[in-house]
Design a protein around this ligand. Sequence first.
Ligand SMILES: Cc1ncc(COP(=O)(O)O)c(C=O)c1O
Length: 563
Amino acid sequence: MASVKNSSAKSRKRVVELQSAIKKAEKSAEKAGKAAKRASHSASKAKKARHEAIDAIKEMRSENRETRAKLEKYAKQRAKDALRKKEAIKKARKALKKKLKKQAEADKTKAKQRKPRKKQRKKAVKTRRARNRAIFAMQLDQALRDFDRDHLWHPYTSLTNPLPVYPVSSADGVMLTFDDGRQVIDGMASWWCVIHGYNHPHLNQAAKQQIDAMSHVMFGGLTHQPAIELGQKLVGMTAEPLEHVFLTDSGSISVEVALKMALQYWQGVGKPDKQRFLTVRGGYHGDTFGAMSVCDPVGGMHQLFQGMLPQQLFAPRPDITPGDSWSDDAISDFAELIDRYSDEIAAVILEPVVQGAGGMRFYHPNYLRKMRELCDRHDVLLIFDEIATGFGRTGKLFAYEHAEVTPDILCVGKAITGGYMTLAATIATDKVAKGVCSDDMVFMHGPTFMANPLACAVANASIELLLESPWQSRVQSIESHFNTALEPLRALDAVADVRSLGAIGVVEMKESLTVSAVQEALIDEGVWLRPFGKLLYAMPPYVMEQEQLHKVTDAMSRVVNRL
Ligand SMILES: Cc1ncc(COP(=O)(O)O)c(C=O)c1O
């Protein structure tokens, strides 16, 4: 029994064991099933991916095939086109060659036929031109010259007994062409203005451009670029305290404006009794009344207008030259006058270093330094008239630079437009401007053509041209030429003095020259100069070539030697 019990217990145990083994097997079967499922899933995924990749490769391959095919087609097309073009060019060249050959042959035959006719026509034109010139010249002589003589006043001449005048038909570089075809070298730069020569492309262009925009507008209540630009240039190129620009229509007017500014300044600062001007003899400042009143009282027009001109104060002419050693005695008379009349003197006015039209005299720069000191000491304004000397004529941009002093008011003109048209400027310091405009005063001047845009535009171009050019070396070489070429004339009995400074060369005779005779002799030498009084002088354009300068001084020498 016990053994049966034992064996049934064993059997039960065995059943339990088997049951648990079955469960385990079922579990692992389930796991394996799941794994198999997962494996089959990933296998099908991989299969799908593989298929997709194969499809993509297939697609890419077909795309590549298409592109390659397209490229091949394109290359073929280009090759075809190139070939066609090459053939077309070849054909065109051939045709052109043929055409040119034909044309050349045709021209040859035409030229052969035309030759005698062309010669004939040239000759006919020449004869007609010569005949016309003769008739035209005669008409000019008889009709226009007569009108000119009978109806037009020329500078400083009589209408009943005028000096001869020479009609000019054109001017280019430094040459003037008379209407009879004669050409002369201009040693006067048209009264010292034409510093760059005539018919200058840069100045022509500036004038043309400006005339297309506007030749003029009033300056009252309006303004414009050319005037502003010119103002900037003038303020920029002159000494620092000179800041306020009044644009006028001529040198004389710029002097009038300077005198007026000085008078209004003293009214403005409460010293209205300061109404006279002190200057030196031998000066020239223009032909209007205020300007005349400060010109040399003998050489100027004082006698003629006595009673009309304001009575100014005159110190002796500075007779100490730049080469002399300085002595304060040279300015003692001037010092005495300024000291005695300082309560009445509004300003001193003079041309720095060079007295131009009053005698072409050069004086020591120290004179200006001392003058500046005296003006400051006696509360008197200082006006420099640089109408003749400004823009490089004396070898400095402005002659006051020789003395390194600056005025309270500066007048410039003449070369400001390179001699193209009339324009001048009066430039004042801030002190002067503020004095003039104190107590709500306005400056009482306003010409119709003030700041004419055309003139301003040309002035801007001329200043640009000057500053961009080697003007200093040019003026320097003109000065050295004058020094060597004119100096031998000093030895002549008829010659009183020979002097040069910058682009100014002067021969002063002992006797007055007969303008018409000397001028005629010079024209025969191919040179244009205008002597005055005892002076034969040249103030050429800065661009004058050495060879032309030689011609000018040779002509001066020959004419002086004959006197
Ligand atoms: C020093 C000086 N000031 C003024 C003038 C007058 O200028 P404009 O003739 O332009 O009136 C001249 C003319 O020669 C001059 O040389």
